[in-house]
Ligand binder design. Structure first.
Ligand code: ATP
Ligand code: MG
Length: 198
């Protein structure tokens, strides 16, 4: 199964340059108030394509850029690396990175990162090495790729503070819809409905 393996944050909120490795299984982020737990989750949601800066607890996207000593850095970038050994993401690489960068002028860009085998010549010896490739891509491409592993920043695979109460307070029918969406059944229901109409 595809899984999140690393989170890299550069000039993102309180993180100047952070690289977090995620082990398989259950991960908990612990720390005192203001240490950056929620900022890490904001970083994940940022890459997954959140369209509102407010939902990332910033007035504007460029306010996500680290501010210190009265000065703001020029950009913020967060990269999520996924284990793609099962190739559920349509990218031919065991490790796939998805990156989003915001500049001080508010420009937002998405990048796809993958490993590619390269041949390096050293005299007559040819060595094969894995090299990270990087390409600017459209947001819709990113949403398509993460959709293949049922990830969606506005979906129920990310439960933010307050969401749980909302889920508990919904009617049984609405709760059923949420469970269908999480389990991936909703997608087939939609396809089924479409096919019936045709
Ligand atoms: P709590 O336990 O209270 O929920 P937390 O670990 O979730 O704390 P965060 O909300 O992730 O803490 O971090 C808040 C900190 O991030 C604050 O100190 C805030 O000043 C800092 N911060 C937010 N945006 C920026 C920014 N653009 N530049 C620098 N620091 C920032
Ligand atoms: Mg918090």
């Amino acid at each position: 199964m595809a899984s999140l393996s690393e989170i890299h944050m550069k000039n993102f909120k309180s993180f100047k340059n952070a690289k977090l490795k995620i082990q398989n299984g259950f991960t908990a982020i612990l720390g005192p108030n203001g240490s950056g737990k929620s900022n890490t989750i904001d970083g994940i949601c940022f890459v997954l394509g959140k369209t509102s800066a407010k939902s990332l607890r910033a007035g504007k996207f460029n306010q996500l850029i680290t501010y210190h000593g009265g000065k703001r850095e020029t950009f913020a970038e967060v990269t999520l690396y996924f284990n793609n050994k099962d190739r559920r993401m349509p990218v031919d690489s065991d490790k796939v990175g998805i990156s989003r960068k915001v500049k001080i002028n508010g420009d937002n860009n998405y990048y796809l990162l993958w490993d590619e085998e390269k041949e390096v010549k050293e005299g007559v010896v040819i060595k094969r090495i894995k090299e990270e490739q990087r390409k600017k891509v459209k947001k819709s491409d990113i949403l398509g790729i993460i959709g293949k592993i049922s990830l969606n920043a506005d979906g129920f695979n990310i439960i933010l503070q307050g969401d749980l109460i909302k889920i508990i307070d919904t009617t049984p029918n609405e709760r059923r819809k949420i469970i269908d969406e999480i389990s991936g059944v909703a997608e087939f229901d939609e396809k089924g409905e479409k096919a019936t109409k045709e």
